[in-house]
Design a protein around this ligand. Sequence first.
Ligand code: NAI
Ligand code: MG
Length: 354
Amino acid sequence: KQYRIAVIPGDGIGKEVMPEGLRVLEAAAKKHGVSLHFDHFDFSSWDYYEKHGQMMPDDWKDKIGKHDAIYFGAVGWPAKIPDHVSLWGSLIKFRREFDQYVNLRPVRLMPGVPSPLAGRKPGDIDFWVVRENTEGEYSSVGGRMFPDTDREFVTQQTVMTRTGVDRILKFAFELAQSRPKKHLTSATKSNGISITMPYWDERVEAMAKKFPGVKWDKYHIDILTANFVLHPDWFDVVVGSNLFGDILSDLGPACTGTIGIAPSGNINPEGDFPSVFEPVHGSAPDIAGQGIANPIGAIWSGAMMLEHFGEKEAGQSIVEAIERTLAERTLRTKDLGGNADTTACGKAVADMVD
Ligand code: NAI
Ligand code: MG
């Protein structure tokens, strides 16, 4: 099978790191006999907006909706265009229209990356954060009454649907089952949030019955965040609602180092729509154009894309090549104390792929 990938570099360092991601994907594809086809798109960027007055063409869905995945750089150029226009005009549309209900991020301590957690070394921290990406606390149900008076009254509802909760839990349990430790942790707060969170717990218990091989536990979100810092070695797959997952998916990668290397996936697991794989970082206007951006976040996102396709060996070969590259100071970029530029770092990873 040939995988068709829509490539969207976007703005700023997105345009600098994506060629390195593609270089590494091509190297891994060649080594592992995977066939990749790339279609390049210039929309979802300030350059496109300047010419066309909108972030994307009207028929954007026809252009990229049939691809197997979208490989994305970064969008946003605040000096020229407000973030809510650029992000809502592109990335957020993908998430919603393509029903990307899983946000997935690895938390893995890599060689050569100083962990803010004392005494941890590569191998100690290696887990995934699975965030529900479409409902939960981020609903638009609610309102404000009597504005600017003493009776001012503001409310916002959490929405949990059985379909929405079950599908994220199923994804997380399947991921746990595929891993050696087969361990799932659920983020909850059913001691304080007395309707939706007990429901979440109930659905976790029901789903767990379908995965007898997976050990599972749950923590309230407050102590769970503490344990991310104190005992990151306890975790294997951690699943949370939209808000809790949002917090954990920033905290986890922060425990393992720098924004320059963190990857992410916004995934529609059924494959009814393409999933988006992108580095966690943005367009970094402060360093754009200098050729010094760390390409590892983009490269690692490419590895996640291959694993999403089921090409585990090819994906894993990239993760291992990243580890070997980061272990050498001279191959690292400036943000990690090295002196390699973006291209040199990308080439080093591509050469290490086997
Ligand atoms: P940012 O992630 O672009 O930059 C934050 C800081 O980290 C900067 O000092 C930057 O130089 C550094 N940095 C980021 N990536 C790096 C890399 N690969 N190598 C070395 N250093 C790196 O976040 P910021 O500055 O808040 O946002 C800039 C623009 O990007 C905004 O328009 C924002 O909305 C957008 N953005 C887009 C995202 C996306 O496309 N998914 C995600 C986050 C921000
Ligand atoms: Mg966040």
